[in-house]
Design a protein around this ligand. Structure first.
Ligand code: GLN
Length: 233
């Protein structure tokens, strides 16, 4: 049984990123893989036995509470050491970075990605398209954040920004290290770009691709993505 863990949705649910868990469970089922979603509410203990962990976007205050709870046992870091997959969006991405600088303090965050987030000079809001080496076509989503994220020397960007801002510096979006993926794409990103969901599922199964038997009608998602890409340009 593949366990998908949605972390603190009541705190990290502002932008509807909770849908990422539903897309993963749905597509796992289509591929004949048994999966279940476990919601971990703040401040309950996070298990380190999950296969895929999801963190969504939030306001700075909610983000700080979520981080505080996760820092107690560092369960997410333990899970990642065991090979778990993480998808962290926006505030979630900032939480799994190494440093988060707010207007009044500098906080050490979980350290799963070598990135530092600091306040920017304006809010970065709108459509975003990102070309990532993991996919043949650019991914699309929307972003809404004040933080600007700088990559450290151990960080690899998730992708190159084609439209929008992403990290807000260097023309890139997000960061990746092993099975930990951080990005600024809301949408939910896996609903808008189901190929990303399949990549995460394959990673969780330790496979290169999902079982070939998968038969999904992605026509709607693909038509939508095509339209989005054309209007973003
Ligand atoms: N609080 C963070 C920022 O504004 C994250 C926002 C978000 O998750 N959309 O940078």
């Amino acid at each position: 049984m593949l366990e998908i863990i949605r972390i603190h949705n009541e705190l990290l649910g502002t932008y509807g990123d909770r849908g990422n868990a539903d897309v993963l469970a749905f597509r796992a089922k289509l591929a004949g893989i048994k999966a279940r979603i476990t919601d971990i509410a703040y401040p309950d203990e996070l298990p380190s036995t999950g296969d895929i962990y999801l963190l969504g976007g939030a306001e700075d205050a909610a983000q700080a509470l979520s981080l505080e709870a996760m820092k107690k046992k560092m369960a997410l870091n333990k899970a990642v050491k065991k090979g778990a997959v993480v998808l962290a969006i926006c505030a979630g991405f900032q939480i799994v970075g190494s440093t988060f600088i707010s207007r009044d303090e500098t906080v050490e965050v979980l350290g799963l990605l070598d990135v530092t987030t600091a306040p920017g000079t304006r809010r970065l809001v709108g459509d975003i398209a990102v070309a990532s080496e993991f996919f043949a076509e650019p991914l699309t989503g929307f972003e809404n954040h004040g933080g600007v994220t700088t990559l450290g020397s151990d960080a690899t960007p998730f992708g190159r920004v084609i439209a929008g801002n992403g990290n807000g510096v260097g023309g890139v979006d997000g960061a990746v290290s092993g099975n930990v993926f951080g990005t600024y794409l809301h949408g939910p990103v896996l609903a808008r770009n189901p190929e990303f969901a399949d990549l995460l599922l394959a990673r969780a199964l330790g496979a290169k691709n999902l079982p070939a038997s998968i038969e999904v009608n992605d026509e709607l998602a693909q038509r939508y993505a095509k339209w989005r890409r054309s209007v973003i340009k």
